[in-house]
Design a protein around this ligand. Structure first.
Ligand code: TEU
Length: 558
């Protein structure tokens, strides 16, 4: 079967957010030379590939997700020669490079937009989405994902352009075949250089319903999410570019459905290799609202995993992840980042790494980095966070204190704090003052300490990455939740013809009894991984106590 020949089905991918990863100098922002200096660290961790978030020319309103030139490197990160060196050095170590491609929108500083702005006759006008005003105002009531209306007025022509994100990120008009030609050229340019794959930013938003009507039920997303021509567009790029270069591809899918994801990542390889979806990361949104402070819904979390694991099995392929540059740190979110930081970070890791899919590890996750606990709005840099603070406090009357508490839980800056390398000043991230404050716990939580300690979160991740390559059922097995109603335990089974694997996780800080059904034959079983001492030496039984945030992985060879 074709599947067995695709490297990424047993691979683990490490995400680097270059601005916060490692600064080779003292400017306080990370750079490509900094990344090169840490390749041996990543080799020790054992990852197969790096996903590099955008390093292209950009005014950095959204830290690189606003690209002003797809063919150049942002001088803050280095030069093209540095990038070429990174590619070469990574490849020498057997590490592949996946580039981030942001083509739902460009920066308004991109030459195409600059030509289009204020000139209806520009050859680039139709690269973007322009509409006349309605009743003297915005063409529709669609909301930007970063707050406010999604249309911005071009004073010179009296028309509005669409921006689903910041107003400095103008949406491209994919209906225009010339835009699609440009996108294919951009991707081919990087593939020709030897880049191994692509992560496609909000790729399920590229096809908009063309009547551009008001959304009386919501914020407009139903008119452009998984839109009418999205599969056709992806097939076109895949056919002309991805398949030609054998690129691995992962699409970031915003507010998507299982049915669409089965098609995006379908095993016939006509669209993408795999998909990110975010439903499991909304279990701490109150009534679907991100800007709230809410505990997480454990039963819902298990239900969502079950739905996606079963639904993609044999039909598509998913990315497995807790963390990225848009999400708060998982150990602060679902774990306990104080008393049980190490235990809960490991337990959370095991509970997604033993599923079917390709795991992604976001920089710092592998050492159990936490949210920084910022207490002042001055500490935040993220455009979404500062916009929402402004809207919630100044327009909606939320108190500053409440909004700061929400940001401390939900802001994207929680994951963007500088990587904690060692206990020296600025956590060894830079010789100069970092662009975003380092979390205060760096003297305790840092890569140097973690690598030196056999019981660290780092070595647990290293083992998870190895296990995926050693145990076939992790890649191939069916998935079933063995205790969907249990209030504390997340216990699921993976099953193939030759193996059964059971991943047992206590999601809370209390000891809990766990009973495995008698129908499970434990004779050939062994615990292959645990986050408490002594467990892997025990012979498995059907009844045992789970310690706070304990995880155990049981393997049974048939
Ligand atoms: O993110 C897409 C996206 O919609 C979210 O992750 C978003 O940041 C969050 O849900 C808002 O509440 C991608 C990138 O990962 C993100 O960094 C960019 O800002 C965004 O696209 C625009 O390019």
């Amino acid at each position: 079967m074709k599947e067995q020949f695709e490297w990424w089905r047993t691979a683990t991918i490490y995400q680097i957010y270059p601005k916060s990863f490692c600064d080779s100098g003292s400017q306080g922002t990370g750079d490509i030379q900094g990344i090169i200096s840490k390749l041996d660290y990543l080799k020790t961790l054992g990852v197969d590939a790096i996903w590099l978030t955008p390093v292209y020319s950009s005014p950095m309103i959204d830290n690189g997700y606003d690209i002003s030139d797809y063919y150049n490197i942002n001088p803050d990160f280095g030069a093209m020669a540095d990038f070429d060196k990174l590619l070469e050095q990574a490849h020498q170590r057997g590490i592949r490079i996946v580039m981030d491609i942001v083509v739902n929108h460009t920066s308004t500083e991109h030459a195409w937009f600059q030509s289009a702005l204020g000139d209806k006759n520009s050859p680039y006008r139709d690269y973007y989405i322009w509409k006349d005003p309605v009743d003297g105002g915005a063409p529709t009531n669609w909301q930007s994902k970063f707050g406010g209306n999604a249309w911005e007025l071009d004073e010179a022509t009296g028309q509005y352009y669409l921006h689903l994100f910041a107003k400095e990120q103008a949406d491209l008009n994919w209906e225009n075949p010339q835009v699609r030609r440009e996108v294919k050229d951009v991707i081919s340019f990087w593939a020709e250089k030897g880049v191994d794959g692509f992560r496609l930013d909000v790729i399920n938003l590229i096809s908009k319903q063309q009547d551009f009507s008001n959304d009386c039920l919501g914020d407009g997303r139903r008119f452009y999410t998984d839109g009418p021509r999205v599969h056709e567009y992806l097939q076109e790029i895949s056919d002309e570019v991805f398949q030609k270069y054998g690129s691995v591809t992962v699409g970031e899918m915003s507010s998507t459905t299982l049915e669409h994801c089965q098609q995006y990542s379908s095993v016939d390889g006509k669209e993408l290799s795999m998909v990110f979806n975010f439903h499991h990361l909304k279990v701490d949104y109150s009534n679907g609202e991100k800007w709230t402070k809410a505990p997480f819904d454990f039963l819902q979390l298990k239900e969502i995993f079950n739905h996606w694991q079963q639904g993609l099995n044999g039909k598509g392929w998913g990315a497995l992840f807790w963390c990225n540059h848009d999400q708060p740190r998982i150990v602060s979110r679902l774990g306990n980042d104080q008393q049980y930081r190490v235990e809960s970070a490991k337990m959370l890791a095991a509970s997604v790494h033993m599923m079917q899919g390709t795991p992604y590890v976001y920089q710092g996750e592998e050492i159990g980095m936490t949210n920084p606990g910022y207490t002042s709005i001055e500490q935040y840099r993220d455009v979404e966070s500062t916009n929402m603070y402004d809207i919630m406090v100044n327009e909606l009357g939320v108190s500053k204190q409440d909004m700061l508490a929400i940001l401390a839980q939900k802001s994207r800056d929680n994951s963007r704090t500088p990587m904690q390398w060692n206990s020296s000043q600025y956590a060894g991230f830079s010789a100069g003052k970092p662009w975003l404050d380092v979390a205060g716990n760096y003297p305790e939580i840092n890569a140097e300490k973690a690598v030196a300690d056999d019981n660290s979160v780092f070595h647990f991740y290293r083992r998870l990455i190895e296990l995926r390559k050693e145990i076939e059922v992790i890649t191939t097995g069916d998935y079933s939740d063995m205790m969907p109603e249990h209030k504390n335990i997340f216990c699921y089974k993976r099953e193939s013809q030759s193996q059964v694997l059971i991943c047992i996780n206590n999601y809370y800080g209390e000891v809990v009894e766990c009973f495995l059904p008698k129908s499970i034959d434990l004779d050939q079983g062994e615990f292959v991984l645990s986050n408490y001492a002594g467990v892997t030496e025990q012979s498995p039984s059907h009844c045992f106590a789970l310690q706070p945030y304990e995880t155990r992985v049981l393997l049974i060879n048939r």
